[in-house]
Design a binder for this molecule. Sequence first.
Ligand code: SAH
Ligand code: DHB
Ligand code: MG
Length: 225
Amino acid sequence: MFEHKPRPEWIAAEEFLSTTVVHPDPALQRAVTSAAEAGMPAIEVAPNAGKLLKLLVQLSGAHRILEIGTLAGYSTIWMGRGLPPGGSIVTCEYLPQHAEVAWANIDAAGLGQKVEIRLGPALDTLAALAEEERKPFDFIFIDADKQNDSRYLDWAVRLGRPGAAVVLDNAVWEGAILDPGMDPVNAPGIIEALKLLGDHPRLDATVIQTVGSKGWDGFALARIT
Ligand code: SAH
Ligand code: DHB
Ligand code: MG
């Protein structure tokens, strides 16, 4: 795995913000600890980023959410906390162990009725979703294998409604977007996705750089036009 390099003061500030402002609930904390206990990588979004997802869901009034990359359900639960009654999330995960841990966490968070985990490679699930009779998504969070980021963006445009929000995690990747040799596996996919965010005729986007427990990274936010 690519090494992320958080500075101690970034971690300390994030912890202060988390306890002072963000207030993750016990079900969210369980999603983090259960992942660690299961030996899963600690690559869920930071608490302040998770809360940002929840607030964006609420501010945009999203009812139907698509997530690509479930892990242990941490970001799923944050977004679920922002859903109105009747809202739903489809989340894509290809590792059965991750899906199993995530399902227990999502159910314990009281979101079992609202969340559907689709097991399998996300590109297959996205193609299947396009074949199903379903309303377009209002909010799409992309956070899986970075090599496919631009393909996931293309699917987001196809599966989202005009005006939908698209959030893409890991948009700066320790600065590897400037020096793909730092991570030849993932950086080219991230760079390709950033170019697509800037050039796609139906995407209007920005990227916010972040530092914290996950190192130096970024959140891209786009609106489907
Ligand atoms: N969004 C989560 C973190 C996701 S980590 C959170 O913030 O809590 C990325 C996840 O995507 C991992 O669980 C990994 O197994 C999954 N993944 C990677 N490539 C995938 C693919 N091609 N299809 C489906 N899931 C994939
Ligand atoms: C990794 C993946 C992520 O989605 C993330 O937010 C941080 C790290 C990783 O694969 O290293
Ligand atoms: Mg991520």
